[in-house]
Design a binder for this molecule. Sequence first.
Ligand SMILES: *Cc1c(COP(=O)(O)O)cnc(C)c1O
Length: 430
Amino acid sequence: MSDKQGIGTIAVQGGYRPGNGEPRQIPVVQSTTFKYATGDDMGALFDLEASGYFYTRLQNPTNDSVAAKIAELEGGTAAMLTSSGQAANFFAIFNIAGAGDHVVSASSIYGGTYNLFNVTMKRMGISFTFVDPDASLEEISASFRPNTKAVFGETIANPALNVLDIEKFAKAAHDHGVPLIVDNTFPTPIHCRPFEWGADIVTHSTTKYMDGHGVSVGGAIVDSGHFDWNKYADKYPGLTTPDDSYHGITYTECFGLEGAYITKATAQLMRDFGSIQSPQNAFYLNMGLESLHLRMKRHAENGQALAEFLEKHPAVASVEYAGLPSSRYHALAEKYLPDGGCGVVSFRLKGGRAAAQKFMENLKIAAIETHVADARSCVLHPASTTHRQLSDAELEAAGVYNDLIRFSCGIEDPEDLIADVAQALDALNA
Ligand SMILES: *Cc1c(COP(=O)(O)O)cnc(C)c1O
């Protein structure tokens, strides 16, 4: 039924459909554990023979309702919530890659994700090759190895704001028999649904637009159910051969292509790493999801208006916003983001690093925060904050220059945002 519903209806009502006399709003099941009459009843749950809840570290009804809504929004078959976007991206890859394996990733990605891949997961024995997202299909294909298990990219990269050519990356991945994982945090499924363009798995930092109110840190992983793990069974034995830690269950056999990946991530990774989202945070996240379609429209309108203003301003050296016809990503935005992108605009000031920092201090409405994609406008200097662990060469590869400002337009009135930016720029000359 949800297939025929509009994205706004799913945002409001998806995932949770109460029966007669049940709570209208998703109940917060603030309980660590669940009660059973017999040990055998519970044993069947442990063996994954019956579905039900036994311990919130693995699954919780509040989280499952909210995850089901996100799966519907993305058009996927299964989803899970995680404690953060970092946990989502870690699980998404570690679920199908381990020591000795290799992953191809777009080079312009969120700084925290780059660090996770290039430092922490490297220490776990997984190697990464970072490719320019604008590279040709041939160049991307050349970075694959026999042990490559996945390809990763961000729909709209944070903070470089390049638009990923999802079809190109999906083709490279599928030509080599591996899935494409796309972090869809910035456009959200309101403005882009990567599964429609060939992506196999989608991740989110729900901390950003999905929550949208700066309330709770969280993440999500969604499976399209499209990737045929059985066809490449030798590459993905964790999904296609018995799991001894779960009494010999074979995930693809028991849960089909639509459920294998998320069930394995829940049963193994959530069990062992425990990065569960708290049910209370999942409840807050759902409050955000209920207005996501309305907010994304305004975020994108404000982003477009600010980008157009900045492009004409004499103090501004360059602006990156894919909604501008001058952007090198405009054609990709028209294809993948026809209803608009997001509220984040990156720009460089002619006065360099010092002017960038002074400009930010001059702002009155937009606040300096390590945050993005909030209802309130905020601003950040990535080179001295989120990306400060990167070398100059790594910064440039990530599209983050030391005078780059990332401005996240909230949902305030556009006239007020632009007036604030105008006075902050004027004050640079004072
Ligand atoms: C913020 C962010 C993350 C990390 O998410 P957290 O919820 O902060 O852990 C991952 N990817 C992108 C694109 C992000 O913007």
